[in-house]
Design a protein around this ligand. Sequence first.
Ligand code: SF4
Length: 482
Amino acid sequence: MNVHDSERLSGLLEDAGLNRKPEELKDEVADVVVFNTCAVRENADNKLYGNLGILKAIKAERPNMQIAVGGCLAQKDRDTILKKAPWVDVVFGTHNIGSLPTLLARSEHNKQAELEILESLDVFPSTLPTRRESVYAGWVSISVGCNNTCTFCIVPSLRGKERDRRPGEILAEIQALVDDGAIEVTLLGQNVNSYGVEFGDRLAFGKLLRACGEIEGLERVRFTSPHPAAFTDDVIEAMAETPNVMPQLHMPLQSGSDKVLKDMRRSYRSKKFLGILDKVRERIPHAAITTDIIVGFPGETEEDFQATLDVVEASRFSSAFTFQYSKRPGTPAANLDDQLPKAVVQERYERLTALQDRIAKEENAKQLGRTVEVMVTEQSGRKAEETHRLAGRAQDQRLVHFSVPPTAEVPRPGDLVTLPITEVAAFHLISDPELEQYSLRRSRAGDAWDRSQAESCGVPTPGASSTPGRTSLGMPTLKVRS
Ligand code: SF4
């Protein structure tokens, strides 16, 4: 969600006439620096104030430089940021990212810091210009906020209650992305399968997936994140019956202990969770399922933790985001008495990650010899120079590093290659195909990538959209219904 908000902030600033600092000037300091903060991870504030401290000395030498801080931490800390770092020029929250250019201009004009935090969303952020990081795949928000009250989570207090976009607006944004060359979209929401609650259609998410299946040229549809409590069979059916919905599911477990789930105020239990995975695998046999897990929630006993290990063993996740519980001031769990010692949490965390790494490797081993279709990405990975491999994502979202046979055509980001998996590791797959095993499908997304490269050098290209580069205008402004 924050990454997508950063795309909007970039689009807004480019629309206001600013330019992104080119890579070759990376050692120079920009005229405007914007921090889009996240409060979900531990130590977000330490990192922010550390970075602001570094900029203090630079700003003393360059008083016209502007520094803005937005996002969840700004929404939470508000004027504390200006008290701790009075050299910051603008503080804005999660509900008014569209105000950034105005606040920067006002601060410059008035020669004083501007603070603006709204308590609720005024305009749905998809109406803002967006500078997409990728031309071949895009994020599309279907809702913002969350109506749940998980006791460890700061999101509802910072992002507010769930607000749903109308399906027609979402589909129009997807169509606009596809028209610009994208072949993949990821539908975004704090809790995607409660989508529709605001306009009274409990089946709205499954219907939206099916409607995505009707969009010509859209080859890959993903979504994140669902919630096990509200994950219904109609969504599984829609996934199974809509060919462009990818065989992948991110289903946050958080804990395998029913007692801990109750304390977390997560209304499903481990049996229901495992039942969902069974149904998904029955209908979509090759689905790769990933998850989030928190270790060391207050009051978690060794028995509770063992229950998590048991569910992880049974779930066969292809990968997992694992976290050590740490207090988030302002959340109910932060006030619980039975917080666990760090050493206990660390030791459990290591046991969990060792188990999950083993399972991930075993699950990846099942991919050996399979032929997969990979959408090539711009990032080739840290070892690319050494291995000369490119990288991309399989349909099930697994990361694949692959080599191009010597006489074969090299794909562009956004193109699709089909190849066999020849080696596996815990976190990625490798393919070193022979020429006859390698096939390349040049795609509209690859063409769009070519155009974006040419446009970034100022070369006009046929078929380019009227909006140059990766910045698209926002969707027509529609007020959020109150
Ligand atoms: S469902 Fe997700 S976003 Fe909502 S409160 Fe729970 S953890 Fe936070």
